[in-house]
Design a protein around this ligand. Sequence first.
Ligand code: ATP
Ligand code: LTN
Length: 332
Amino acid sequence: MEEKKTIFSGIQPSGELTLGSYLGAIKNWVALADEYNCFYCMVDMHAITVRQTPAELRRRTLEQLAQYIASGLDPDKCTLFIQSHVPQHAELGWILDCYTMFGELSRMTQFKDKSAKNADNINAGLFTYPSLMAADILLYQTDLVPVGSDQKQHVELTRDIATRFNGIYGDVFTIPEPYIPKIGARIMSLTNPENKMSKSDKDNGGCIYIMQQPEEIMRCFKRAVTDSDTAVRYDAENKKGISNLMSIYSVATGRGFDEIEREFDGRGYGDFKAAVGEAVVELLRPIREEAERILKDKSYLEGVYKAGAEKAAAVACRTLRKVHKKIGFVPR
Ligand code: ATP
Ligand code: LTN
């Protein structure tokens, strides 16, 4: 039997998980889980590139794990772990810093965005973030990285770093491919459809959270920004709000844009916004309920992340040993 290919992906526990991360990333993680050997991570080391409140970081890391499991990731089949529990990430991260160029890091749009948002804390970690992300991916000899479109640039840099390293030392790393959904790769804020829906943004009402109560979700969708037209029609340029709602509805229900346009022909925005809200409520309800249940069982969660770190470390150590040997470190 052919060996399964490998997937790696991670999310920062820097805020509550959003509908954007669910549709852009987690939904695909679940869809691909049976076919691949999967590593899914809570990237707490990435999260501290922006200042975090310690108790909240701890709480959100565990909540995120519960939400991964509740979304359908089976801890017996996928490796679910916390990044800081596998020290090889930091070790390879440092090494890859030495194979990543200042100019490359300066071009990363996430660095530019986050520097603008955190002007009082543009730390070195924020700048070198992509080489730590490259380490995350390359440690597991990853073939596929399912992410939203905002992370494409980081995966491409990972490929460049791996290709550069392999060019010097021979085939050490598998070159990974990004896996980006056709619809849902960039869910926009409901209040400001020019901006990505993002968990660390505090724009009231623009962001839907996986753990949000149905009434609040409905309220956010009813207030979603649209346009002065009345037709439910996909036009990503001129009807950003409606097109965003159509993407959400499409991924939540599996219906195509044509079908949605027909369904709401002549019905106006009010009906449509309520329907999107209801579809999202029903999509998230089982995940929220299951996550709430799992969260009560702290010892179960501890068992999952400890076993996950052990499985991850076994693979990570193998790659790191190979890297050490290639670059000329004396074996430990
Ligand atoms: P932060 O605000 O802390 O940067 P975020 O909300 O942008 O966080 P991430 O942790 O950066 O979320 O992203 C987690 C995963 O979800 C990534 O794969 C990312 O590409 C994807 N993702 C995040 N937001 C969206 C979105 N609005 N639409 C589609 N995919 C998204
Ligand atoms: N940079 C990503 C989070 C992240 C990641 C990764 C995603 C860190 N390491 C490895 C995929 C693979 C983000 O900000 N969403």
